[in-house]
Design a protein around this ligand. Structure first.
Ligand code: PBG
Length: 327
C-alpha cells in the first residue's frame, strides 16, 4: 500500500487525533531535578551561566524542595559546594558535610521527596579531579574507598538512592559492598554508567567550582567518539550491582541512549546537562527560539530515545507546563 491509499497526514488532523496516536508521553513522574547546596544560611545565589538555577543554603533549600515536591516532581539530586576544599575531598564523606546536612534537613521537612545525592569528589578536591591525585594521575583504586565512604554517609543521612558520577572502574561494586555492610542493602544505586568527557559540563563547573586545576577528565570519562564502549561500561556497572543506569550528556548522545535501551532492561536515566540547558536559555533570551517549545521538544526527544528518568534543570518549568500551565 502506498499513496494515494496511504496518506500519512490523515492522523495529523487536529490536536485530539494527534494526542490519541502519540507514541511518547512525557510526564512529571519522569523528572529528576538537580540542585546545588552551599554552606551558610539565607543564601539563594543565582548561577549566571544557568539562568533560573540558584545555589541554596540548607534552610533555603528546604523551602525550595517543598516547592519542587508541590509541583509533583518525584526526585531531586544534590550537589554540595563546600567552603573548604582539600586534596582528599574530605567534605564529600564527612558526616557533617554539606550534603549530609542537606539530606537530614530535607528528609525531615519533605518526607515524600526522593533524595538522590550525586557521589563524586570533584566538588570537594582542591585540584578539581573526581578522585585522588598521585603523580599527576587520578588514582583509581585509592579513590574507591572514599566514594564508598561518601555513599555510606549519605545513606545514613537519609538518602533514598546514591548516584556515583566519578567514572572510576569498580566504584559501583565498592559502593554496593559498603552500603550492604552498613545495613543499606535496600538502597538502590543509579550509576552514571556512560558518562562522556563533554564540553557541555561547562556551566556546571562554574556552578560547583569544580573545574580541574590541571589537565582534563579524559583519562576517566568516555571519549565522545565511542559507542560500543558505552555498552561495555553499562554491562560492567550492571554486573557490579547498578540498579539504574545513566547516559550523560543526553542530547548529543541520543544514539547511545537508544542503543543502551535496546540492549538492557534496567531502568534508564539520561542527564540533560548544564550546557544543554544553557544553550536553550541563551537562545531564548536572544529571542532566537521559543523557550517552552524547545524545552519540551528536547525533553520529549530524550524520552523517545529511551530514557525512563530525565535529570534536568528544566524540571520545574516543565512540570508547570505538564500540570496544565498552573503553578
Ligand atoms: C561530577 C559531575 C559533573 C556533572 C555532574 N556530576 C561534572 C563533571 O563531570 O565535570 C555535570 C552536570 C552538568 O553539566 O549539568 N561530579
Amino acid at each position: 500500500m502506498s499513496f494515494p491509499n496511504v496518506r500519512m497526514r490523515r492522523l495529523r488532523r487536529g490536536q485530539k487525533l494527534r494526542d490519541l496516536v502519540a507514541e511518547t508521553t512525557l510526564t512529571v513522574n519522569d523528572l529528576l531535578y538537580p540542585m546545588f547546596v552551599v554552606e551558610g544560611s539565607g543564601v539563594r545565589q543565582p548561577i549566571p551561566s544557568m539562568p533560573g538555577i540558584d545555589r541554596f543554603s540548607v534552610d533555603r533549600l528546604v523551602e525550595e524542595c517543598k516547592a519542587v515536591a508541590d509541583l509533583g516532581i518525584p526526585a531531586v539530586m544534590f550537589f554540595g559546594i563546600p567552603d573548604k576544599k582539600d586534596a582528599l575531598g574530605r567534605g564529600a564523606y564527612a558526616d557533617n558535610g554539606i550534603v549530609p546536612k542537606a539530606l537530614r534537613a530535607v528528609r525531615r521537612a519533605v518526607p515524600d521527596l526522593l533524595l538522590v545525592p550525586d557521589v563524586c569528589l570533584c566538588e570537594y578536591t582542591d585540584h578539581g579531579h573526581c578522585g585522588i591525585v598521585e603523580k599527576n594521575d587520578v588514582h583509581n583504586d585509592a579513590t574507591l574507598e572514599l566514594l564508598a565512604k561518601a555513599a555510606t554517609a549519605y545513606a545514613k543521612a537519609g538518602a533514598d538512592m546514591v548516584a556515583p558520577s566519578d567514572m572510576m572502574d569498580g566504584r559501583v561494586e565498592a559502593i554496593r559492598e559498603a552500603l550492604d555492610e552498613a545495613g543499606f542493602e535496600h538502597l538502590p544505586i543509579m550509576s552514571y554508567a556512560a558518562k562522556y568527557a563533554s564540553a557541555f559540563y561547562g556551566p556546571f563547573r562554574d556552578a560547583a567550582e569544580s573545574a580541574p586545576q590541571f589537565g582534563d577528565r579524559r583519562s576517566y570519562q568516555m571519549d565522545p567518539r565511542n559507542g560500543a564502549e558505552a555498552l561495555r561500561e553499562v554491562a560492567l556497572d550492571i554486573e557490579e550491582g547498578a540498579d539504574i543506569i545513566m547516559v550523560k550528556p543526553a542530547l548529543p548522545y541520543l544514539d547511545i541512549l537508544s542503543r543502551v535501551r535496546e540492549a538492557f532492561d534496567l531502568p534508564l536515566a539520561a542527564y540533560n546537562v548544564s550546557g544543554e540547558y544553557a544553550m536553550i536559555k541563551a537562545a531564548a533570551q536572544q529571542g532566537w527560539l521559543d523557550h517552552d517549545r524547545a524545552m519540551m521538544e528536547a525533553l520529549t526527544g530524550i524520552k523517545r530515545a529511551g530514557a525512563d528518568i530525565i535529570l534536568t534543570y528544566f524540571a520545574k518549568e516543565a512540570a508547570v507546563l505538564l500540570n496544565g500551565g498552573r503553578k
